[in-house]
Write a protein that binds this ligand. Structure first.
Ligand code: PRP
Ligand code: MN
Ligand code: MG
Length: 179
C-alpha cells in the first residue's frame, strides 16, 4: 500500500511551544470568564480544531460544555476555496449562552467570518473567538480575534490538527512540508 507522506522541512511551533501557548490561552480565557451563570459553551470547528480543543479545555478553569461544528473550505487542496460549507451543525442551542469559538488557524479569515455571521443570528449572550495559529499575511476578510495563540508566516502549515489532504493532523508540533 502507498502512503502519501512528505517530509517536514522545518518546525514552526515546537511541541514545547505548543504547551506554553495552550497554557497561556487557558489562563487568559479563565480569567476573562471566571465562573458564569451558565457554563461557557466552547465550540470547536472540525476537523482542524480537535486536538487544540482537547488540550485547551483541559486548562480552562471556567466550567464549560463543548459542541462541534463541521465546516470545510479547503477540501484537499492548499488554497481556500472561499466557499465555506457547513457540513454538520451544532447539536445544542447557543441562544443566550456565552460562546467561545475555537479554531486551529485563521488564514484568509473566511471560515471564521462565515461562522461568526451564522452564530450571531442565533443570539448568543456573548461571542468570542480563539485560534491557536494566526496567519495575518493571508487575510482577505477581517476578523477580530479575542484569544490568539501565535502568529505564523505565510506558509502552508501542517500538524497539531492541521492537514494537507487530510494527512499530518497527528503531528505533535506545527511544521512546513518539503516541496
Ligand atoms: C482550515 C482550518 C481553518 C480554515 C482556516 O480548515 O482548519 O478552519 O481552514 O482558513 P481560512 O481562514 O482561510 O478560512 P479546512 O477547510 O481545511 O477544513 P479542516 O478543518 O477539516 O481541515
Ligand atoms: Mn478547519
Ligand atoms: Mg484542512
Amino acid at each position: 500500500a502507498e502512503v502519501n507522506h512528505r517530509e517536514i522541512e522545518k518546525t514552526l511551533v515546537s511541541e514545547e511551544e505548543v504547551k506554553q501557548i495552550v497554557q497561556r490561552l487557558g489562563d487568559e480565557i479563565s480569567s476573562h470568564y471566571g465562573v458564569l451563570e451558565k457554563e461557557l459553551m466552547v465550540i470547536g470547528l472540525l476537523r482542524g480544531s480537535f486536538i487544540f480543543m482537547a488540550d485547551l479545555i483541559r486548562v480552562i478553569k471556567t466550567p464549560l460544555v463543548v459542541d462541534f461544528l463541521t465546516v470545510s473550505s479547503y477540501g484537499d487542496g492548499t488554497e481556500s476555496s472561499g466557499d465555506v460549507k457547513v457540513v454538520m451543525d451544532l447539536d445544542s442551542s447557543v441562544e443566550d449562552r456565552d460562546v467561545l469559538l475555537v479554531e486551529d488557524i485563521v488564514d484568509t479569515g473566511r471560515t471564521f467570518a462565515k461562522v461568526i455571521t451564522m452564530m450571531k443570528k442565533r443570539n448568543p449572550k456573548s461571542l468570542k473567538i480563539c485560534t491557536f495559529l494566526n496567519k495575518p499575511a493571508a487575510r482577505i476578510t477581517e476578523v477580530q480575534i479575542d484569544f490568539c495563540g501565535v502568529d505564523i508566516p505565510n506558509e502552508f502549515a501542517v500538524g497539531y490538527g492541521l492537514d494537507f489532504a487530510q494527512n499530518y493532523r497527528n503531528l505533535p508540533y506545527v511544521g512546513v512540508l518539503k516541496t
